[in-house]
Every structure is written in C-alpha cells, then in structure tokens.
Design a protein around this ligand. Structure first.
Ligand code: NAP
Length: 324
C-alpha cells in the first residue's frame, strides 16, 4: 500500500503517521494500541509545508517527505502521484477556514487518473442540533459559517471521481493536540489554575484520544472500496466539566470549571474577530452531538482503545513534560 498523509505536522496527521509507522514516539507508556502496517512493500509519503518541522518529530522514520503548499497545484500534483490512499489532514486556521474548500478542490483536480481512496476526518459541526446519537445517515444541517465551509469541503471530496470515506470524529485530545479549545483544558489544570470555557460545560460531549482517531482513519483506509462511505465514531459521553475534573485529578491539582453562557460569548464577539470566529463552532458544546460507533465497528471492526482515565493521564503527563 502506498499512503500519502497530508497535514502530517498537524494533530491528527502526525498521529496517523505514528500509527502507520507503528512507532509510539509521543506515547509515554508502552501501550500496544498501534497496529504497525508499514510492510516491506509499503510506502509512506507525507505532504508538509516544512520538512524540518516534520523531521523534528520523526527524525529517522522511513518516510518520503514532499514539501509544498496545499494551495499550489504543482506541489499537490507531485505529492499525490502514485499513491493508493490519501489521508487528507490539512486544516487551515479558523480565520482562513475557507481555504479548506480551495485545498479540497485542488486536491480533487490534482489526483487525475490514479483514483486513490481518499480518507477525510469529518467533525460534528456539520450536524447542527440533531437527535443523538449522530449516525452516518444523520443529515447535515450546518448552523454557522464555519460549519457550512466544513460541509462544503466534505461535498467537494465526496463528489470527486474517486472513492472517499469520511469519518466523523469527536474532538481530539492527547499529546501534540494544542488547539485553542483543548489546550486550556490541560494546561490550566497542570498549572493549578481554574478553567473558563467559552461554552456550557454540563452538556453531554465526547472526546477521542488522538491515537484512536488516527486508528479510525486507518481502519477504513485499509478497506478496498469503489464507493463513497461515511462513518461516525462514538467514544463515551462525558461533559467538559467531568473531563476537566479528570485532568485536575491526573495533575494532582484543583481549580474551578466555569462555562460561559452563550450571550456572554455573543457580546464578546462584537468586540473581537477571534471570539467571533470561535463562536461559530461552539454550538457543538451547547447541544448533545454524541455519535454512534456501531457502523464502523460492524464494517471494519474499529473500537476506541484508550478510555478517558488513561488518555487524560497521558495527556497531562505530556503537557507537564513539554510545559505547553
Ligand atoms: N481537532 C479536532 O478535534 C478535530 C475533530 C474532528 C475532525 N477534525 C478534522 O481533522 C482535520 C485536521 O485537523 P487538525 O486539528 O489535525 O489540524 P491542525 O493540527 O491544525 O493541522 C493542520 C495541518 O495542516 C497543515 N497546513 C495548513 N496550511 C497548509 C498549507 N497551506 N499547505 C500544506 N499544509 C498546510 C499544517 O501544517 P503546518 O504545521 O505547517 O501549519 C498542519 O500540518 C480537519 O479537517 C478537522 O476538521 C479535527
């Protein structure tokens, strides 16, 4: 199998690389959740903007590194040449989120005759306020501009003339996951500080340990398919408050967990572009967007392996050691 992982310096992209290699460079403990899959005839290529950044994390890994920009046609064309599977993990910052649609269009055009199987990490933003649990047949109802752009990216990829599998994943957490929403849930407990979250904290919510998210993408990548497929991954419903309490327990510290009511965020958004952009995705914390993992379990045997107790313990250990 010849794999291409785009966005391989990012949270999920680097976890996918780690799983393909079967190495656990970011794992503090020797827990066997990686399924090594890079055999003698297999090839792993990554598409990154900065090869040095990739090599900082995977110094000696047997990986072809294609350096380039996901918005530059010639770079994308040479990256996708001669691969069987593309795991598309490029992501643009919220302020430039529309570029995800542009990058998806470019990828579809660049693929040409080879018809690889494309695997794409979907999220929960696109479903609006459905009756839980969300399943692969739950219709999209994106309630915000960012959610509509995510749905549009999904549509570009699923309308492509090659098979695409979308795997909708809960919010990632784990080593190297440092986005603006998740970082405070670990960094502040590690520092013994209280957490103020920009959304309600007592609504059912799911998180997925990033190594499990990567395993879900690879579980579908290995399957031959001529058609598009869609899966949802469920873990275990919790709440932001209970999740953060686990982080305090693991860190051996204590603090309070406050959730801001939506009107406070709306007022703050009037004065800050950054808050306005983040507010566009907070609906997933105000409503129950827990998902069913039944179809992906039945079709490809995927089950998450790292529960919250172990996953939070490892993540706290990583934040503590890295001083993130
Ligand atoms: N985060 C979550 O909880 C979550 C949950 C469900 C689904 N997802 C989906 O998973 C995907 C990846 O998210 P993530 O959180 O892993 O993203 P991320 O950590 O922000 O990583 C984004 C990656 O894209 C690369 N990139 C950005 N602009 C690029 C460009 N112009 N050319 C080439 N590469 C570029 C980045 O490279 P640099 O390192 O050079 O910046 C980085 O490797 C997204 O589709 C997201 O919606 C995320």
């Amino acid at each position: 199998m010849r794999y291409l992982v785009t966005g391989a310096t990012g949270a999920i992209g680097s976890a996918v690389v780690e799983q393909i290699l079967g190495s656990r460079a970011s794992e503090p403990d020797d827990v066997p959740e990686a399924d090594p899959r890079l055999g003698a005839d297999d090839v792993l290529r990554v598409f990154v903007r900065n090869a040095d950044r990739f090599r900082d994390r995977f110094p000696d890994a047997p990986v072809e590194v294609a350096e380039g920009n996901a918005l530059t046609p010639i770079d994308v064309r040479s990256a996708v040449a001669d691969v069987d599977v593309v795991v598309h993990c490029v992501n643009f910052p919220i302020a430039r989120y529309h570029q995800n649609v542009e990058a998806a269009r470019l990828l579809v055009t660049a693929v040409g005759e080879d018809r690889p199987h494309l695997v794409f990490p979907g999220n929960t933003w696109v479903f609006g306020s459905p009756d839980p649990p969300i399943t692969p047949t739950t219709p999209f109802d994106p309630p915000s501009r960012l959610a509509r752009l995510k749905a549009e990216t999904d549509a570009v990829l699923t309308n492509a003339p090659f098979p695409t599998t979308v795997v909708h994943l809960p919010d990632f957490y784990g080593p190297y996951v440092t986005n603006d929403l998740v970082r405070p849930l670990f960094a502040r407990p590690v520092a013994g500080n209280s957490v103020v979250f920009p959304a309600p904290v007592d609504v059912p919510h799911e998180f997925v340990y990033v190594a499990d998210a990567a395993r879900a993408l690879l579980a579908v990548a290995g399957e031959e398919t001529a058609e598009n497929r869609r899966y949802t991954v469920g873990t275990e419903p919790t709440t932001v408050r209970k999740f953060v309490r686990r982080a305090y327990d693991a860190a051996g510290t204590d603090g309070r967990v406050w959730g801001l009511p939506p009107w406070v965020v709306r007022v703050a958004a009037l004065f800050s572009d950054r808050v306005r952009a983040v507010a566009d995705i907070l609906h997933v914390f105000a409503t129950d967007v827990t998902m069913s993992g039944a179809a992906i379990r039945e079709d490809v045997g995927f089950e998450p392996r790292v529960g919250y107790r172990e996953g939070v313990r490892r993540t706290v250990a990583w934040y503590d050691s890295e001083g993130v």
